[in-house]
Design a protein around this ligand. Structure first.
Ligand SMILES: NCCCC[C@H](N)C(=O)NCC(=O)O
Length: 471
């Protein structure tokens, strides 16, 4: 009897990479929306009266609902309802949140009954900021849930294939989105004479992301038909039960990975918010544009290198070792920024350290996310990703506030800062040593966890050092 081996849709290189592009586009547009207002801080202050602390509250709102438990629910939804439903839900939440934020910063909002009511309480926070934060909170829930859904979708479509390369490419595409919006947003705002223009533009892009993900769901339906699954819990024979969460939460290796993740990312994304200003302060007050020009090599450097490291991981392995090197580079870079740059004011050192940090930012994500399917049972993979993001979001929500207050308190008696404030200067030459030392300490803790992770992997054979593609 001859047995025909049926080829699945994801066995075709063209089809699985098309699927990756479709889902990565949703994240690309999502990451663009996240940072659309980051380069417009002073403009938002002028146009809408958002003080720096209002801006900080607005930025934290992205993570607020996630921290208060939404991401845990998101994990259950993902494992119970599957990647198609959860992806559509995430993309829709991203669009609804984006549309609310667009309305909040548009010229249609001031003067409405809602604006008058929102202005009547917590008066230091303008109505536009309150509504924009509400929208951003809904968007943030959708965006983080989308991030975990995309990881689970890639693990499904690329299992035993180029999984790490695919995850690396997806993250690289998202980072190009950050780079792109940092360049486009100020131009759009200036040309259209309003901050609402770039926000509206990105809201439209988020809608396109919803469409591209919808196209992907048709492909995924076909894959499920070939796998013989019903699509609710596509990759596993056993049904997901909420009680399975207990297995994740009591797993030692899960906590090592989750803590490593929060510590590492707490020294990356919050640093991203202060990085350009830190360079300005340490390079004799260069212009904000010149500082951004140096700083943008950080996400773009990571975007270029991540896919190569992903491919290396697929073919050669060494995931745990890559995590260790990522943490070592992180520590070295923050210490150079803290002690060497203020002493030398060297542009060469600034550029090289930014590039080194970009390599670190490629090493850790490229190794971390593809390692999760190796340590966690497939049927609870969605919940595991969501729980890791949940722990990470706690750091991303609170560390910027910690850094902001340390920066303020460590400069309270700084004569240069006092003089600049008294003179009403636009540029305040802050000393960033203390915040940078805190970032380096996060790196040291992440390194200890990476070493421990490598040790427990060696003992328990999780395969973190093994390649994904077995010859
Ligand atoms: N403001 C963007 C934060 C994205 C956080 C997200 N949970 C994440 O870790 N994504 C993976 C990455 O490396 O970007």
């Amino acid at each position: 009897m001859t047995e025909t081996i049926q080829k699945r849709i994801n066995d075709s290189k063209a089809m699985r990479w098309t699927a990756l592009i479709l889902i990565a586009l949703m994240m690309f547009f999502g990451y663009m929306f996240v940072d659309v207002m980051s380069p417009l801080q002073s403009l938002v202050e002028q146009e809408r009266g958002w003080s720096p602390s209002v801006f900080g509250t607005y930025a934290a709102s992205e993570y607020l609902l996630n921290v208060f438990g939404f991401l845990i629910i998101a994990g259950v939804i993902l494992d119970k309802c599957g990647i198609r439903f959860t992806g559509e839900l995430s993309a829709s939440m991203m669009f609804i949140g984006a549309a609310i934020k667009f309305y909040a910063v548009s010229d249609w909002f001031p003067g409405t009954g809602l604006a008058t009511w929102l202005d009547s309480w917590w008066i230091t926070m303008p109505a536009s900021a309150k509504l924009a934060s509400f929208g951003f909170m809904i968007f943030g829930c959708g965006c983080e849930m989308a991030g975990t859904t995309v990881s689970k979708a890639i693990a499904k479509w690329f299992k035993g294939k180029e999984m790490a390369l695919a995850m690396g490419l997806e993250m690289a595409i998202a980072r190009v989105g950050v780079f792109a919006i940092f360049s486009i947003s100020p131009i759009l705002a200036e040309k259209m004479g309003s901050i609402a223009a770039p926000v509206g533009f990105c809201t439209a892009l988020v809608f396109i992301g919803l469409i591209t993900y919808t196209v992907f769901t048709f492909m995924d339906r076909k894959l499920d038909a070939q796998l013989g699954a019903d699509g609710s819990n596509e990759t596993s024979d056993e049904e997901f039960k909420v009680a399975d969460l207990k297995n994740i939460l009591t797993s030692q290796i899960f906590w090592v990975v989750a803590l490593l993740c929060v510590l590492y990312y707490s020294a990356i994304f919050p640093f991203q918010r202060y990085g350009a200003n830190m360079l300005q302060c340490n390079l004799d007050g260069i212009s904000p544009a010149a500082a951004s020009n140096i700083f943008r090599w950080f996400p773009i450097g990571a975007a270029v290198i991540t896919p190569f490291l992903g491919s290396f991981l697929d073919h050669k392995g060494k995931g745990a070792t890559m995590l260790m090197w990522g943490a070592i580079l992180l520590i070295a870079c923050h210490l150079i920024f803290a002690f060497v740059l203020p002493a030398t004011h060297s542009h060469v050192i600034a550029y090289s350290t930014i590039v080194l940090l970009g390599i670190s930012f490629a090493l850790v994500p490229a190794a971390l996310w593809p390692s999760v399917p190796k340590i966690i049972d497939e049927k609870v993979l969605g919940s595991a990703y969501c729980l890791i993001f949940w722990v990470q979001n706690i750091g991303l929500c609170f560390v910027p506030m910690l850094i902001g207050s340390v920066l303020a308190s460590s400069n309270a008696n700084n004569p240069a800062v006092i003089a600049a404030k008294e003179a009403g200067d636009e540029f305040i030459p802050y000393n960033y040593t203390m915040p940078l030392v805190i970032f380096a300490c996060f790196g040291v803790a992440a390194l200890i966890l990476a070493i421990y992770l490598k040790a427990i992997d060696r003992k328990n054979h999780f395969g973190l050092e093994e390649p994904n593609i077995k010859a």
